[in-house]
Design a protein around this ligand. Structure first.
Ligand code: PLP
Length: 455
């Protein structure tokens, strides 16, 4: 069969409140054309993020009912710890309420003023947690990552030569090397096993631990199985174990590839580091057998970590995103390629060449997708990254993108067909889309709360 079906049926549904373009035009004006300010029930298809938006399975809901809420040593903790150890292979597991808490605790124990942490692509909270400690977060993406139009299989890779050069020059200042799998800021592009291995080898030669930012570890493993020589017949759990066998630890947001709405953890092989992490954990997150989570959350994560490794699930997930990307590409719509693991990225710079960067083409496109069809995505371009925090001046971002992140197990094929149709319709009358100006902006992270006006 050519049709790949959703490998689940639906037991519990959440109604979508339908609305018209006229209603949505009014709501847009009310919130100053900022989609973050919209109440979610005014959205038909919400593609703002894939973080914490997964649908849980009946097995996860069932496990939540037997969650053990004991303060210390809960049964749910032991189930969670056993699952994380088995899936990732690390001896020490520290639970946290989400990924950034794991980052804060790891860096709080390892990064000091002036330190440098290299990564293929730091996620924004990872970068912010390093910078908060007066460290420097350096991105070393591979050269292929720069071209959004080529079909290279592993655009998430790190530039290994650049890493080696950094370590030759500044090894003393580097407390650890990190790899983000998949590379979220680089478009959800995967890192190959060969690259993980090569990065680990360089790090080891300089005596540096390698940490994986593991948020989308299962999606990355699926890409390795599909695209890298020698992995086609290796079961996904074994690919995962091999990926993490090269690392000394990881940080994880369970809001992504653990198929839950809240949670996270960090792992290490170093017993003394684990002890220091747990001391800090008690101060801000909670006792080391719950770390800011309820027992029921630990249960849902334990079940989700096994469900996410099911090949039927990963095939459906991967194919449904590639389906949107390929249909858009065939219709001539400029879209980042190849399809990443968790999102579709429209290239608004090429979509709206008549709108200059400082009139925010990504914002214009995101607003029109909502007005036209009730689809909520997010601008990743000059609105998000154009204000230089050092000088206060504004300059164009390298790319003007609109990210449509696909929540896990939430939308069906017909929802994706609707998304494709809406984007193609907007593309056909793209010349009519206006630029925007910012009417009001806060001093930092302006994309969350700024207001806009069409020009
Ligand atoms: C989401 C994310 C984080 C942070 O996790 P939160 O649970 O949102 O705190 C860190 N790294 C990457 C790659 C992410 O996608």
């Amino acid at each position: 069969m050519r049709t790949i079906i959703e490998p689940f049926r639906i037991k519990s549904v959440e109604p979508i409140e339908m609305s018209t373009p006229e209603q949505r035009a009014r709501w847009l004006a009310e919130v100053g054309y900022n989609l973050f300010r919209l109440p979610a029930d005014r959205v038909l298809i919400d593609l703002l993020t894939d973080s914490g938006t997964s649908a849980m399975s009946a097995a996860q809901w069932g496990a939540m009912m037997v969650g053990d809420e004991s303060y210390a040593g809960a049964r749910s903790w032991y189930r969670f710890e056993e699952t994380v150890r088995r899936v990732f292979g690390f001896p020490h597991v520290v639970p946290t309420h989400q990924g950034r808490a794991a980052e804060r605790i790891l860096f709080g124990c390892t990064v000091k003023r002036g330190d440098i942490v290299p990564n293929n692509g730091h996620f924004d909270t990872t970068r912010a947690n390093i910078e908060y400690l007066a460290g420097e977060a350096i991105d070393l993406p591979c050269a292929e990552a720069a071209d959004p139009t080529t079909d290279e299989p592993f655009k998430g890779n790190m530039d290994v030569q650049a890493l080696e050069k950094l370590l030759v020059d500044r090894a003393d200042a580097v407390p650890m090397v990190m790899l983000t799998i998949t590379n979220n800021t680089g478009g959800g592009q995967p890192v190959s096993m060969a690259n993980i291995h090569a990065v680990a080898e360089v790090a080891r030669r300089y005596g540096k631990p390698l940490y994986l930012d593991a948020c989308r570890f299962a999606e990355n493993a699926w890409f390795i199985k599909q695209r890298e020589d020698g992995y086609a017949d290796v079961p996904v759990p074994q690919v995962v174990r091999e990926m993490f066998s090269h690392a000394d630890g990881c940080t994880m947001s369970a809001k992504k590839d653990a198929l839950v709405n809240i949670g996270g953890f960090l792992c290490t092989r170093d017993p003394s580091l684990a002890a220091r992490e747990k001391d800090l954990l008690i101060l801000t997150e909670g006792f080391p057998t719950y770390g800011g989570l309820a027992g029921r959350d630990l249960e849902a994560i334990a079940v989700g970590l096994d469900e996410v490794l099911a090949e039927d699930y990963l095939r459906y997930r991967n194919v449904s995103i590639a389906y949107v990307v390929n249909h858009l590409h065939d219709a001539g719509v400029p879209v980042l390629r190849p399809a990443g693991g968790h999102a579709v990225y429209l290239d608004a710079g090429r979509f709206l060449p008549h709108v200059p960067a400082l009139q925010y083409p990504g914002q214009s496109l995101a607003v029109e997708l909502y007005r036209h069809a009730g689809i909520r995505g997010v601008e990743i371009g000059t609105v998000m990254a154009g204000r230089d925090p050092a000088t206060g001046t504004e300059r164009p971002a390298p790319l003007e993108l609109v990210r449509l992140a696909i929540p896990r197990r939430v939308y069906t094929q017909s929802h994706m067909d609707y998304v494709v149709e809406a984007i193609v319709e907007v593309f056909q009358r793209r010349e009519s889309l206006p630029g925007y100006r910012i009417s009001d902006e806060p001093p930092f992270l302006r994309h969350f709360s700024a207001t806009f006006a069409p020009l």
